[in-house]
Design a protein around this ligand. Sequence first.
Ligand code: SAH
Length: 241
Amino acid sequence: MEIRRFFVSPSDIDGNTVTVRGDEFVHMVKVLRVKKGFKVIVCADDGTERDCTVREITGDCAVLDVDALRKVDRRKVRLTLYCGLLKNQKTDIVIQKAVELGVVRIVPFVSANTIEKKFNVERGRRIALEAAKQCGTAYVSEVCEPVTFDKMTAGFGEYSDVLFAYEKERENPVRSVAFHGNDVALVVGSEGGFTEEEHEAAKNAGAVSVTLGRRILRAETADIVACALTLDALGELDYDE
Ligand code: SAH
């Protein structure tokens, strides 16, 4: 049987003892019916997998013994995806795919042409956690509350590079960007795209305008493709030596 993986916060690890609480405890014990003596894998968002055996199950937590540690994943590249909010819960799909690809943080935003204004951040976080478990990463990507376009551009200075996927850009494919570092932001618009003013404002705030090719992609396709192209350009999809 496949060994299941669970995520805990670093504070739930004490030497060779791990405590699983909250939603992960419910999933472990009530849904997957894990019992005393079962083997599981625990990740604490630190790139390490811990092989564990369940020592004890109480009413609200499971206590596990750590049998072995493995450094499994490295994160040299920190990619933040700013995705324009999408209609019909399509942002959920973008979160799932972005996590699978290795995006560290997802920040929805609302711009002039964004139609959808609501976003359920708790649901987004659950989707990110499920996707992390499914794709075998040892990290959980962060999902943030939506920001305005202005708040987003005001934060561009935090990054080594900001790529702005602009549907009218013809010149600059992702593969030709000269990156300055490994803390990169990527901005992809919602269904309505960007206004010329937003494009100018993003460039003035330090973003580089990039094209995703000669066809206009649907916003959700653009999000996923832009993440894949950027992570590949940064070497994040490569195996270690
Ligand atoms: N409604 C707009 C298209 C918006 S596509 C129009 O008809 O022109 C949604 C978002 O996906 C865009 O804002 C952009 O960020 C991204 N996108 C889609 N195709 C792209 C392309 N070929 N190059 C760069 N960005 C693209």
